[in-house]
Design a protein around this ligand. Structure first.
Ligand SMILES: [Zn+2]
Length: 209
C-alpha cells in the first residue's frame, strides 16, 4: 500500500515596507505608486535554501491569484508550485511579471489584494520579493539595470527584516546578497554602465530600517 505524504502548507505574512528610493529619480515615473506593506507567502516543510540565486527564473515560484484579475495572463498554479496550490487555483504566468507591473498600475489594483506568493525554496522567495517591488513601482524601463537595483535592495532588506519568520541564518542572507550583486554587475556591464557596489553594502541595507 502506497504511503501518502500530506504537505502542510503554511501561510506566512511577510512585512514589506516601502524602501527609500535608492536609484536616480528618472528610473521611475511613479515610485511607490502603491505603498507596499505586506505579502502573504505560502510555504511548506520542504522549503529548501540550497539552490543558488542567478539570473535564471527560479523553480517552484508562482504568484497565486487570491482575487479575479482577468486582465493578467494566467496558468494553473499547480504546474509551478505543486501542492502549495489547490488544483483549481490560478497563478500569474511566469512570463507575465512585466504585464503585472504595467497592468496593476493601470488598474490601480493593490498587489496584495489580488496576489499571494507561493515559493518552495529560498531562490524562489528572493525573486518573489524582488518582483513584489516591481509591482509597487512604475517606470519608463529605459534603464532596467537601475530598476533592478531598487528591486534587489527591497528583496534583501525584506529578507533581512523577516529572517526570523523565514528561518534564515545571517550567513544565508549574506550569500544571497553576494549572488544578487553578481547578477547586478552583469546587468550594468550589458548596459555599458558602472555599478556603484556600495548600493549592495550589507551595512547600508541592514541600516535602512
Ligand atoms: Zn526585476
Amino acid at each position: 500500500m502506497a504511503t501518502v505524504t500530506r504537505t502542510h502548507v503554511e501561510l506566512v505574512r511577510l512585512s514589506t515596507p516601502l524602501l527609500p528610493r535608492l536609484v536616480p529619480a528618472a528610473t521611475f515615473d511613479a515610485f511607490g505608486w502603491c505603498e507596499s506593506d505586506w505579502l502573504d507567502w505560502r510555504r511548506d516543510e520542504d522549503f529548501e535554501v540550497a539552490s543558488a540565486t542567478t539570473a535564471q527564473n527560479p523553480a517552484g515560484m508562482a504568484f497565486v491569484f487570491v482575487a479575479d484579475c482577468a486582465y493578467l495572463p494566467r496558468e494553473l498554479a499547480r504546474l509551478h508550485v505543486g501542492a502549495l496550490a489547490t488544483p483549481d487555483e490560478w497563478a500569474l504566468a511566469p512570463y507575465g511579471i512585466d504585464d503585472a507591473t504595467d497592468e496593476l498600475y493601470q488598474h490601480r489594483d493593490r498587489p496584495r489584494d489580488v496576489l499571494c506568493l507561493a515559493a518552495k525554496n529560498l531562490d524562489a522567495l528572493v525573486w518573489g520579493l524582488h518582483d513584489w517591488c516591481h509591482f509597487h513601482n512604475h517606470g519608463p524601463f529605459d534603464s532596467p539595470a537601475w530598476t533592478e537595483v531598487q528591486c534587489d535592495a527591497s528583496a534583501l532588506v525584506w529578507l533581512w527584516q523577516n529572517r526570523a519568520l523565514i528561518g534564515l541564518e545571517p550567513a544565508e542572507w549574506e550569500g544571497r546578497r553576494e549572488q544578487l550583486l553578481a547578477v547586478a554587475r552583469c546587468r550594468f556591464i550589458r548596459e555599458g554602465l558602472v555599478l556603484d557596489e556600495a548600493l549592495y553594502s550589507a551595512e547600508r541595507l541592514r541600516a535602512l530600517f
